[in-house]
Design a protein around this ligand. Sequence first.
Ligand SMILES: [Zn+2]
Length: 297
Amino acid sequence: MRRTRGSKTEVGVIRIPSLSAIDWLLHGFSTRTGGKSRIYRPSQRAGELNLGFTASDDKASVVANRERFLTAVTGNPHFPMVTLRQIHSSLLREVMARDATLDAGGAKADGMMTSEPGILLAIQTADCIPVLVADRKRQAVAGFHAGWRGTLKRIVENGVGRMRLAFGSKPEDLVAAIGPGIGACCYAVGDEVLAEFESQFSYAAQLFCEVYDSDLIKERYPLPFLAARAQGHGKPGPDLHLDLVEANRRQLLDAGLKLNAISVVGDCTSCQTDRYFSYRAEHGFTGRMLSAIGIRP
Ligand SMILES: [Zn+2]
């Protein structure tokens, strides 16, 4: 996976070759490097690129960080950007330039799409999985926020269907990128999450594994071994881990995208807190990244 940094701003932005190859497309996944925020790592010399209006960071830093990110992605620090008030739903909105906002505002939803040039759709995450989709032929884009609840509600699979309705998108014309998020290595979930997924997906077993945490070595076992899971309460045993990246890759495939049209960054935010914000690894005291996609003006 090729990674590029904005040369002047030193903002760490990940770009995906298959999306960069589309000349009318703008996109980028932010990292935590190259910003002005100092609240989350006060001991560090370099500031961090917190792009979310979190309670602990000051607004001026976040605004400056967003301008740096917009410059890195679009070349214009004041490029109109649309964000959402994300609520772990499967709500999708078609957005227009008038939906652009400078602050934490935005409609309640977890996915958005547009065919309007000159606006950037930005999904905010710090462990959840950001998914960007572009229709090469119809010139339309979409961004999705997929935590376990949104994934369970098939936000990405339904989102591709909505692109078909709104823009006439054909799945074979779509390219998608799954950005950095918490990996199966770190994403321990409760048994109730497994039960929910089993009720919705025939392939649920392929999304979970058991992890025996022996400090340095994490041994993984596939789900068939679940038969041996301790049923008692409070018993120490293996953790159940969910692979959200694979779950969303699967939804893109089921929606009709070609295997080679889906790119996966693959980095685990929780494993790499030097590079990414991780809500879980940092116990909620952390910044937010943005994953952005748009059509050039
Ligand atoms: Zn990890």
